[in-house]
Design a protein around this ligand. Structure first.
Ligand SMILES: Cc1cc2nc3c(=O)[nH]c(=O)nc-3n(C[C@H](O)[C@H](O)[C@H](O)COP(=O)(O)OP(=O)(O)OC[C@H]3O[C@@H](n4cnc5c(N)ncnc54)[C@H](O)[C@@H]3O)c2cc1C
Length: 448
């Protein structure tokens, strides 16, 4: 079975499992004994709430970084799905009380959680909903509310955990739809799965990372306000095998339990001694401190992740890399690896930057041309005087001119990584010039 067929089958299997786990609470309602004497709207509203809560519990699995789950799609797609589906999840859960209040307005009194008459099951429901409203508001408007990323991440985890835990407490408290062993087992299963996920993400995984530390071997300044880090495994073999173009999560100045990791693409080829290289551009609090790192400093690395790699497309006849700024890092990993392998495939690198001085890896890329069958096209927004190369942005007209003409699916595989506006524009341009959708692959650096 070839790589693409395996990915399609694996991807479809995960989607089916997702649907099954989301709809299981409803299926059990149908196959099992139905509670008598309830009007349709009340049952319907409960069904929506059940599906919403099951989806909410699955949200934890989507961000728990299971490599097999992410392999068929790539991490950015899984995070994108997590973001989009969370709104649908929230609306399903919200529809549950709204329908109840519309058809039984007397239940509105239960919203007052401070009234001693309000039962605990209702208090659980109201506080669960408040946690979910907070979750949505902080996530959708994080940047507008100027919430710093790491603080947001901790709050996000706490609100989501509270939302699901209180939702489960509400179901148990009501008890009406968990009145048979089958239904009870279903919800015990969900709760166990969810608590297991929390244990894995918060306790077991950080503990395993703690036992596999890396130390900084070298910190080197690069063009474009970036720094290259070489990390060496300490007392373990390290990550010796990864696909060039993949990424890892790095924790520095903190323990893996602190939940303060940041994602970075490998910029080097896999190393026989498990050494890892990353190139990081100064952007915010964490990245601005990379230059302060000292040789010998301990760092934790969780990876590899992602499917943005030429190794995923072994049958390609041509490879095209389109990078903007620091988006060059996964491309460098692929170019360095292909050079080490002595690969002779025709390669085209289209590399967009603001100006000539900030072109990260400029000199090394020049050197790689002699080791690879590589054509390099620099595109500069503000070129120096007498610049003979491309100017402005990567447009459909430029792509039409320079891309290989054969548009047969799987013939030319195109890798795209750069700032978000550039990626949006280039993805549209690629469709415009007739590149088949499955033949270009994007790595987005802004997951959230
Ligand atoms: C798959 C992937 C690969 C990446 N590879 C590289 C690379 O090779 N080189 C490079 O310079 N940058 C890379 N990045 C981007 C890098 O992760 C962010 O620039 C960095 O995390 C910003 O952190 P900060 O605290 O310095 O900036 P901040 O100003 O705090 O954050 C800027 C933005 O970066 C994102 N971000 C911040 N912290 C995190 C985090 N912990 N997890 C996820 N996103 C976060 C948020 O969108 C945030 O708004 C990559 C990102 C992803 C998703």
């Amino acid at each position: 079975m070839n790589v693409s067929t395996r990915r399609i089958l694996q991807g479809s299997a995960w989607i089916l499992l997702y649907l099954l786990l989301t709809l299981a609470p409803l299926l059990v309602l149908f196959v099992d004994q139905r509670p008598a004497g309830r009007e349709f709207w009340r049952d319907f509203s409960v069904a929506l709430g059940f599906c919403g809560l099951a989806m909410m519990a699955l949200q934890f699995a989507l961000t728990a970084r299971f490599k097999t789950l992410k392999a068929p799609y790539g991490s950015d797609i899984v995070y994108y799905f997590h973001k989009r589906i969370s709104i649908a999840t929230f609306l399903l859960i919200l529809a549950h009380p709204i329908l109840l209040f519309v058809f039984s307005p007397d239940l509105l009194r239960l919203l007052n959680i401070f009234d001693p008459q309000t039962p605990w099951r209702a208090r659980f429901a109201v506080t669960s909903l408040l946690a979910l409203i907070g979750l949505v508001v902080f996530s959708v408007w994080r940047k507008k509310l100027k919430i710093e990323y790491t603080r947001w991440r901790v709050t996000h985890g706490l609100l989501a955990t509270a939302g699901v835990a209180l939702g489960l407490a509400h179901i148990v408290g009501v008890g009406y739809y968990v009145n048979t062993p089958l239904k009870r087992w279903l919800w015990i299963g969900y709760a166990t799965f969810w608590v297991g996920l929390l244990l894995w993400v918060r306790i077991i995984k950080p503990f395993l990372l703690l036992r596999r530390p890396y130390v900084v071997e070298q910190v080197q300044a690069e063009r474009g306000n970036a720094w290259s880090l070489i990390l060496k495994p300490q007392g373990h073999p390290g990550i010796r095998h990864f696909q060039p173009g993949q990424f890892a999560w790095i924790t520095a100045w903190d323990s893996p339990f602190a939940d303060s990791e940041h994602p970075f693409s490998f910029s080097t080829a896999p190393h026989p001694e498990g050494k890892l290289g990353f190139t990081i551009k100064e952007l915010g609090d964490f990245t601005a401190r990379i230059k302060e790192m000292q040789p010998g400093q301990t760092v934790y690395v969780d990876g590899p992740f992602g499917s943005f790699s030429c190794d995923q497309h072994p049958h390609a006849q041509n490879l095209v890399f389109i990078a903007g700024g620091i988006g060059i890092t996964p491309m460098m990993s692929m170019l360095r690896t292909l050079a080490e392998r002595g690969d002779r495939l025709p390669l085209l690198l289209i590399y967009a930057n603001r100006d000539w001085e900030s072109v990260t890896f400029r000199e090394e890329i020049e050197g790689l041309r002699t080791r690879l069958n590589l054509t390099v096209l620099h595109v500069l927004e503000r070129p120096p005087e007498n610049w003979q190369g491309e100017r402005g942005y990567v447009t459909a007209a430029l792509l039409q001119r320079v891309l290989p003409t054969d548009r047969t699916p799987n013939h030319t595989e195109i890798f795209l990584c750069g700032p978000q506006p550039m990626m949006d524009a280039v993805e549209k341009a690629l469709v415009q010039v007739g590149v088949p959708m499955g033949d270009f692959h994007s790595e987005r650096f802004d997951l959230v």
